[in-house]
Design a protein around this ligand. Structure first.
Ligand code: ADP
Length: 466
């Protein structure tokens, strides 16, 4: 069953359900039809017999009859029975007979007279008699007029009388049932095909994107808001994210290889220069220093990239726990204030005992990166100011400097991986510091912002929610 297409399965279930409903409806209709017809047959029997009751009279002498009248006279006892010419002994398959109570048929006819004569008379009651597997209704009526004592009218009608009409209904039902089911099944199949067309298109587009690798393609199934359009939207959203992360990966790989290529080229060039011909000791020393510097730069770059990838891909490997953030900030500031660079003075102001749930190692890295930048882009004999404070349900950590500042148009881009602004002439950075800071802030549910002015200084501010 699972190997069958959804379209076929829908049609099959729908058709089976339809057959069940139609069969049940037919059964109910035929049953009700049968009951109504049988009642009509019985009512007709009673009515015919009742009408005939007044058509039988007893006279001592034969009455004078108008010429043209065809009343029928039967000698009976000391007089005559007059059977009016309105007496209907056979109408609508209803047979009426005039009987003496001892079972003798005096007038009229009866299709089952012999069997009926064995059936006892029962006044104004419908009795059922089976003759050769056929059912008959019998209705008796005692005649009460003077002189008619001991006389009965008996009406008989076959229950099959309604069968002709019944079988018509049945025949119509039996003819239309398969046609209806067939038409519905074909209609259902076509409808299912039409409704599932977008699924087919989604699957075609998805596999085309999968095999062709063109993540720019999107599923086009027109406008609408049903489940299938929602599915197509979800797929398109997924392709959008895949495309973005694929592009980001591509950019990261190309940036990383570009960043690594420079130190590697410098190292190779220095080696070639040293090996080309004998050099003086100073020249060798200078070449080795360059190689060492570039080697360190590569090592930092590789470490930064690995840390970045770990944070991005395996964030769950960093455990968060509550700790004293004030203490951490003070300790990092104390360590970094020992840096003797450009005569810059680092000052720290923290609110006491601020507890925060996070990863100590990452938050220490965040602060170190910001303070390193403040040193790197600070001015001679400048100042760095680190501040930690809480406000309502937020913790604010800021690092300010009075260094070279960042141009307005670059302030959005400095958080991108490998982005280095025009002001960074030192060459010691990797362009990954701030993007790492942003990623760590994001990991802790925080946000980063920057305020900066060229020649005045910069303030980086991180806002965490508690
Ligand atoms: P880098 O390793 O180059 O410092 P970052 O990602 O840390 O990379 O910073 C990106 C760029 O932002 C830097 O190249 C620099 O131009 C600018 N920048 C960062 N911090 C500061 C700062 N405190 N003052 C001025 N410019 C800064």
């Amino acid at each position: 069953m699972k190997n069958l297409s959804i379209r076929f399965r829908i049609t099959l279930w729908f058709t089976l359900a339809l057959i069940a409903v139609v069969l049940f409806t037919c059964f109910v209709v035929l049953y009700a039809d049968h009951q109504i017809i049988q009642k009509t047959v019985r009512d007709n029997l009673v009515e015919t017999v009742e009408n005939n009751v007044d058509e039988v009279e007893f006279y001592l002498k034969k009455e004078y009859t108008d010429p043209g009248e065809t009343d029928y006279y039967i000698a009976f006892g000391r007089g005559y029975l007059e059977i009016d010419d309105d007496f209907l002994d056979q109408v609508n398959e209803v047979y009426t007979g005039l009987y003496h109570e001892d079972g003798l048929l005096i007038y009229g006819e009866n299709p089952i007279s012999r069997n009926v004569s064995e059936l006892k008379f029962s006044d104004s009651k419908i009795q059922r008699v089976k003759v050769k597997d056929s059912l008959f209704y019998v209705f008796d009526r005692r005649l009460e007029l003077k002189g008619l004592e001991g006389m009965w009218l008996r009406g008989v009608v076959s229950a099959k009388q309604g069968t002709a009409h019944m079988s018509n209904t049945a025949q119509m039902s039996l003819l239309f049932l398969p046609i209806m089911v067939l038409v519905s099944a074909i209609g259902g199949y076509l409808l299912a095909k039409r409704m599932l067309l977008p699924v087919h298109e989604i699957s075609e587009s998805a596999s085309a994107i999968g095999t062709g690798g063109d993540l720019k393609k999107r599923i086009e199934i027109g406008s609408g808001n049903d489940e299938l359009h929602q599915l197509a939207k979800s797929f398109n959203g997924m392709f959008q994210r895949l495309e973005e992360s694929f592009e980001a990966e591509k950019k990261f790989t190309s940036d990383a290889s570009h960043e690594l290529r420079t130190p590697v080229s410098v190292i190779i060039a220095q080696c070639e220069y040293s090996l080309e011909k004998p050099r003086t000791n100073e020249e060798y020393e200078e070449a080795l220093e360059t190689i060492q510097r570039q080697g360190r730069k590569m090592s930092k770059l590789i470490n930064d990239m690995l840390d970045f990838t770990r944070l991005e891909m395996r964030a769950e490997s960093y455990v968060c726990e509550p700790f004293d953030l004030s203490e951490l900030v003070q300790s990092v500031c104390l360590d970094m204030s020992l840096i003797q660079e450009k005569g810059i003075v680092l000052k720290c102001e923290t609110e006491e005992r601020l507890r925060f749930c996070g990863n100590r190692q990452l938050l220490s890295r965040l602060l170190t990166n910001l303070i390193s930048n403040a040193f790197r882009y600070g001015r001679e004999n400048g100042h760095i100011f680190v501040k930690l404070a809480s406000k309502e349900d937020q913790i604010l950590l800021s690092v300010s400097d009075d260094g070279i500042g960042i141009a307005k148009e670059e302030q959005d881009q400095i958080f991108q991986r490998f982005y280095q602004a025009d002001n960074s002439h030192s060459g010691s950075g990797t362009g990954l510091g701030l993007s790492m800071v942003k990623e760590i802030a994001r990991f802790h549910g925080g946000e980063i912002c920057v305020e900066s002015e060229i020649g005045v200084g910069s303030t980086f501010c991180i806002i965490f929610k508690i």
